[in-house]
Design a protein around this ligand. Sequence first.
Ligand code: DP6
Length: 339
Amino acid sequence: MKKSDVVHLILGDRLQNPLYSESATAFAPTNIALCKYWGKRDSELNLPNTSSLSISLGDKGATTTLQVKDQADDQVTFNHEKILSSSGFHKRLTAFLDLFRTQKSLHFQINIKANIPLAAGLASSACGFASLVLALDQLFHWQLSLKHLSILARLGSGSAARSITPGFVEWEKGIQDDGMDSYGKLLPETWPDLCVGLLMVNQNEKKISSREAMQRTIDTSLFYPLWPEKVEQDLIHIKKAIHEKDFLLLGKTAESNALTMHGIMLSAWPPISYYLPETISAMQTIWALREQGLALFFTQDAGPNLKLLFLAHDFERIKKCFTTMELVKPFLPRVFNKT
Ligand code: DP6
């Protein structure tokens, strides 16, 4: 099945509707997976091998403004800088927008502003595609459900399926070939004391994309078959931890899930490592602090940066050890009550 078939399933006749606003702007938060998505059962539709569970990062994310323009092609800016049409980023965006053009001649000015670094393992494709889908929904007056918004965002990037709402989101893998049962669902729980610390050790782009790294892991790692089993167990523990506000269980499970994902990547061939010496050194500091009784854990995505997990009352102590860390409170009322 192709992406355009899924778009037809969701939008049907609405795809022909020539009515649209001149411009639309939408924000989507980035999200950090506490239980990761690593591996696709369908790489065209970004259908995952396993379910995953994330937390959206409040007001950290991307704002996309879409304008319909009378011009020969799409123009893209990222944080006010023009993106070359020959770049991979531009191509990925225009290919995605091709799915929604009511006429071939319809072109857009796309301005994306993000308050997180692009492609440095802070899931910027997640909030980028989610905010683009939310802006399209407004522009074309589709008024789609959260489920359908999540499915469309997934067609852009898998993890974008979890970036449509704030809060804890579980992306169920689904079993259908068309992926209509594979989308992000908001969990009812909130956790106001939960903090995420962004520890940037390097802001450069990642050398190998998640898409390529996942495929190589599946194709060559002897350990990949163990991953779905690990995820199944971790999801049970993470949901229990969220429900019972058991921070130690949450932190331990999230950290172990990330380490397992990176361990499996190391066993791929050629090996994949997103570690830098600074990543390892920060991990060792975290482990040492934990030995001293501090409830501090981390998770890591497809980049060298770490996201620290802790509770609000430990912030001052942690900030002393990681002075460059940026604090995010995912459940800050001003952010969480906006939607
Ligand atoms: C390590 O969503 O970027 O961040 O579907 O190919 O666009 P594509 O991959 P992407 O992968 C994210 C991988 C991860 C784990 C996660 O966010 O669950």
